[in-house]
Design a protein around this ligand. Structure first.
Ligand code: PDD
Length: 289
C-alpha cells in the first residue's frame, strides 16, 4: 500500500519527506487532536463532505479551531488528490492537533494548530466483504468521549491487537453486557428482518458508514433499530455485520466460538452491501443486461 508523494499541511503542500514535526507536538505528546479517514474509490472521494462535517464537530468538541474553512479544506483535498494523480482505491488520512509548543497540559495561549493530510492506496477488502470475518469480544474500558474522533486510541489499539493475535479481524467492545462498537468499526445484528445497533451516544463513534446504512435501511424498508443488543443476543442472531470507511460493510460470521447464521453472510447484509456498492459507484455493470 503506497503512500503518495505529496502531503497537505496547514501552510502548504509538501513532498512527504519534508513534512516533519518537532518532538514537542501536542498530538504526539497528549493525543491533543482529532482526525478523519475518508475513502477514495477509483480516484474519487466518497462521502468527503460528511467526513469533513464530522471533523469540524470533533474539533469543536475539544475546542480546537481547524485552520481552514470547510470549503477551502475540501478544495485543498481535491488538489491533493490531483497532485498525487490518484486513480485507484485509496484513503485520505487527515489530522488536526493543537500544535507544536513546549510541553504543558493546559492549552497554549497562541492558536496555531497543525494539520496534515496524506493519501495512501488501499484496495477494497474483497475477500472479507465476500466471505465474512471472525470477531472476538473484549471489555469496553473506554470513556465518554467516544463520539469524538480523537487521537486517543490506546484502548482501540490494544483491542485490535488482541483480535489480531487471536486470528480475528475485529474486536467487539462490550460494556455492562451490551455491545457498543468495534475497535475501529460499528457493529450490527440482524434479527427477524430488523437491524439493531448501539444508539449514537457518547459511547460510540457515529460512523459515516453507519449513517449510510441507516439510510439504506430506510429506502429498503428494513427497520433500523438504535437499541443496544446484548452478548446473549449474539447466539440468537440471524446475521451480523460491521461497517467502517476502510472496510465498507463486512459480514461477521463468527464471534468467539459462536457461528453466526451457520457461518455464512446473510441476506440482509448482502442487500446492504449492494446498496453501498451502488452508492459508491462500485456496482458491477453487466454490459449485456
Ligand atoms: N475508524 N468506530 C470506531 C471506534 C472507529 O474507529 C471507526 C472508523 C468507526 C466507523 O466509522 P466510519 O464509518 O466513519 O469510518 C466506528 C477509521 C476508519 C479508522 O480509525 O481508521
Amino acid at each position: 500500500m503506497t503512500l503518495k508523494p505529496y502531503v497537505l499541511t496547514e501552510k502548504q503542500f509538501l513532498p512527504q519527506r519534508e513534512a516533519t514535526y518537532p518532538m514537542e507536538e501536542r498530538g504526539l505528546q497528549f493525543g491533543d487532536g482529532v482526525y478523519e479517514v475518508a475513502r477514495i474509490y477509483q480516484g474519487k472521494y466518497f462521502l468527503l463532505q460528511e467526513h469533513i462535517d464530522r471533523l469540524y464537530r470533533s474539533a469543536e468538541a475539544i475546542r480546537l479551531a481547524v485552520p481552514f474553512e470547510k470549503e477551502e479544506l475540501i478544495d485543498k483535498l481535491e488538489q491533493l488528490r490531483e497532485m498525487n494523480d490518484v486513480k485507484e482505491d485509496a484513503i485520505v488520512y487527515l489530522q488536526v492537533t493543537r500544535g507544536s509548543f513546549p510541553r504543558a497540559h493546559a492549552f497554549p495561549v497562541e492558536n496555531r494548530p497543525n494539520l496534515y493530510a496524506y493519501i495512501r492506496e488501499m484496495p477494497r477488502k474483497l475477500r472479507e466483504i465476500e466471505n465474512g470475518v471472525r470477531a472476538i469480544l473484549t471489555r469496553d474500558v473506554r470513556w465518554e468521549y467516544c463520539y469524538i474522533k480523537s487521537l486517543n486510541l490506546l484502548p482501540n489499539v490494544l483491542a485490535k491487537q488482541e483480535a489480531t493475535e487471536r486470528g480475528a479481524f475485529e474486536a467487539i467492545f462490550h460494556r455492562d453486557g451490551k455491545i457498543t462498537e468495534g475497535s475501529s468499526s460499528n457493529i450490527f445484528l440482524v434479527k427477524g428482518g430488523k437491524v439493531y445497533t448501539h444508539p449514537a451516544t457518547e459511547r460510540i463513534l457515529n460512523g459515516i458508514t453507519r449513517t449510510k446504512v441507516k439510510q439504506f435501511c430506510d429506502s429498503l424498508h428494513i427497520p433500523f433499530i438504535e437499541e443496544a443488543f446484548s452478548i446473549e443476543d449474539i447466539a440468537r442472531a440471524d446475521e451480523m455485520f460491521l461497517t467502517s470507511t476502510t472496510s465498507s460493510i463486512i459480514p461477521i460470521i463468527q464471534v468467539e466460538e459462536q457461528l453466526i447464521a451457520g457461518g455464512k453472510p446473510g441476506e440482509v447484509t448482502r442487500k446492504l452491501q449492494a446498496a453501498y456498492e451502488e452508492a459508491a459507484g462500485l456496482a458491477v455493470k453487466n454490459e449485456n443486461a
